[in-house]
Design a protein around this ligand. Structure first.
Ligand code: GAR
Length: 218
């Protein structure tokens, strides 16, 4: 099967995007990053992608005026690049139900919490405030509700006594970089399928949850 053409949508530094680009350098990887699109012209990840020779595009929410115009611009870029799958990689805009429906089971997101806990923003501070002992990240198919949808993979890290939102974020980020490429591999190869709004990964009978020990995660 030919490699699936993937767009990474970013808003900032794009470290998860970079992890996907690195994974896709492996010839056997079932996806190629064919487009990096940002809603912010100054997103740091755009320069990295361009230096890697990956086409980049900007759909600037500010200059495009309305949300429908913004989403139409994104759709035009995705169509022009013949994109099969879309990965949200630190893309900090909420997409409309219409947009999400048009990419049903072809749109995935990474979120820095163990969903359904802590959808939305400030996940690390909220996890600390709640006193949870495990925190983590989730890669999931996107549905219309914010940070909702069938879960592909999760990874959990321990919350340590002296953690701050920044230290938690710093320890979680490399874990995100491990699991997002794995989730995309499963989706792009067709191994991950949605059955009754749950994800089945062919060949994996056990959990697709990953537990990171304190030392492994630091
Ligand atoms: C990541 O931690 C990602 O999980 C999070 O933003 C960060 C982006 O970093 N995403 C969200 O909060 C989406 N709701 P990156 O630009 O270096 O990949």
């Amino acid at each position: 099967m030919s490699r699936r053409r993937v767009a990474a949508l970013i808003s900032g530094r794009g470290s998860n995007m970079a992890a996907l680009i690195a994974a896709a350098k492996e010839p056997a990887y079932p996806a190629e990053i064919a487009l990096v699109l940002s809603d912010k012209p100054d997103a740091g990840g755009l320069g990295f992608a361009a230096a890697e020779g990956i086409p980049t595009a900007i759909a600037d929410r500010k200059t495009l005026g309305s949300k429908p115009a913004f989403e139409a611009a994104i759709q035009r870029h995705l169509a022009a690049a013949r994109i099969d799958l879309v990965c949200l990689a630190g893309f900090m805009r909420l997409l409309s139900a219409e947009f999400v429906a048009s990419w049903h089971d072809r749109l995935i997101n990474i979120h820095p919490s163990l969903l359904p806990a802590f959808p939305g923003i400030d996940t690390h501070a909220r996890a600390l405030a709640a006193g949870v002992r495990l925190h983590g990240c989730t890669v999931h198919f996107v549905r219309a509700a914010t940070d909702d949808g069938p879960i592909i993979i999760q990874a959990a890290i321990p919350v340590l006594p002296h953690d701050t939102p920044d230290s938690l974020a710093e320890r979680l980020l490399p874990v995100e970089h491990q699991v997002y490429p794995r989730a995309l591999e499963w989706v792009a190869s067709g191994r991950a399928r949605v059955v009754d709004e749950r994800v089945v990964v062919d060949g994996i009978e056990g959990s697709t949850g990953v537990l990171i020990s304190p030392t492994a995660a630091s």
